[in-house]
Design a protein around this ligand. Structure first.
Ligand code: PBG
Ligand code: ZN
Length: 334
């Protein structure tokens, strides 16, 4: 028996007893600032700041509050943000007119953010749900089904408006078939295709882990759910077809959302499209779970382990509300 344990080819520990050797054993799992994207909630009232009840340490900001908050983070290395607009006084209607109105908070803030942070990569979530009276991500027919053509047309209009206002990346999260092509065509016809990229929420599942986000955004559907457009959680096959569709339509970057329960989909998507950078959205429910997983040390070690595993599975960039914590950890600045 003893002999078995002494066989040289079974001695692994000699290869990872030292921290430098451990790094060599995990070649693609480092967490650097460019591997992190920070989602931010942008309010209409430019001077407001509001805590998010369902997400500890997360706030919603007007642009005048957001700029100082981001300044601290950019100083710690922050490289990219993903903006979500929230309207409180602007009207919500069936087609989400406020999404691309001139007084939309995202459209108004983009030039200021570009000016304040010339190096920061600015992505904008593109969806109708924060702006529609019914709370769905598309336009509805009079029987309450998704009106596909009308939805795609609106989504492309909104994406183009954010692109014109200064977004570097437009990120459609609606999950309508064929919106990537419509957005790319709109960018091309306005000669913006070499200045704006498309990050597709390609493999977005109908998850129960978006609850804290929908509270924050006041974007829950008034009736029904999103199972007719977001993917069924058990279907790896639809995720593969959705990624293939979006690549064929010209997506620059792909995404799997949520992250942790879907790491098999991350691996599958990276294997399927190794030449497309892959994002994970570590969603609000994942944030809430990890935030409550112990004291601040335990939260930090759990978080870093989770990110390492996401990188191991194939993620190139992780969209996470923990960005401030992560930057403090990796920059050594608290
Ligand atoms: C809306 C959207 C959602 C999220 C990002 N964009 C919610 C949903 O689709 O219901 C989820 C983000 C999170 O939970 O952190 N299109
Ligand atoms: Zn939506």
């Amino acid at each position: 028996m003893n002999d078995l344990f002494l066989r040289p080819e079974h001695v692994l520990q000699g290869g990872y007893f030292h921290s430098t050797l451990r790094k060599l054993q995990e070649p693609n799992t480092s967490i650097e600032p460019h591997n992190i994207m920070y989602p931010v909630f942008l309010l209409e009232n430019e001077d407001a700041i509001q805590p998010v009840g369902s997400m500890p340490n997360v706030h919603r900001y007007g642009v005048n509050q957001l700029i100082p908050a981001l300044t601290t983070l950019v100083d710690k290395g922050l490289k990219s943000i993903l903006i979500f607009g929230i309207v409180e006084t602007m009207p919500k209607d069936p087609t989400g007119s406020s999404a691309d109105d001139v007084s939309n908070p995202v459209i108004k803030a983009l030039p200021k953010l570009r000016d304040a942070f010339p190096q920061l990569l600015i992505a904008c979530d593109v969806c109708l749900c924060p702006y529609t009276s019914h709370g769905h991500c598309g336009v509805l027919t009079n029987t309450g089904a998704i009106d596909h053509a009308a939805s795609v047309k609106r989504i492309a209009e909104v994406a183009l408006a954010y692109a014109k206002a200064g977004a570097h990346v437009v990120a459609p999260s609606d999950m309508m078939d064929n919106r990537i092509k419509a957005i790319k065509d709109a960018l091309i016809s306005h000669k913006l295709q070499n200045q704006v990229s498309v990050l597709s929420y390609s493999c977005k599942f109908a998850s129960s882990m978006y609850g804290p986000f929908r509270d924050t955004m006041k974007s829950s559907p008034m009736e029904g759910d999103r199972k007719c457009y977001q993917l069924p959680p058990g279907s790896a096959a639809l995720a593969a077809r959705a990624a293939a569709r979006d690549v064929a339509e010209g997506a620059d970057f792909l995404m799997v959302k949520p992250g942790l329960p879907y790491l098999d989909i991350v691996k599958q998507t990276k294997d399927q499209f190794p030449n497309h950078p892959l994002f994970i959205y570590q969603v609000s429910g994942e944030y809430a779970m990890i935030s409550r997983s112990g004291d601040s040390n335990e939260v930090q070690t759990t978080l870093m382990e989770t990110l390492t595993c996401m990188r191991r599975a194939g993620a190139d960039c992780i969209i996470t509300y923990f960005a401030p914590v992560i930057l403090s950890i990796i920059s050594g600045k608290h």
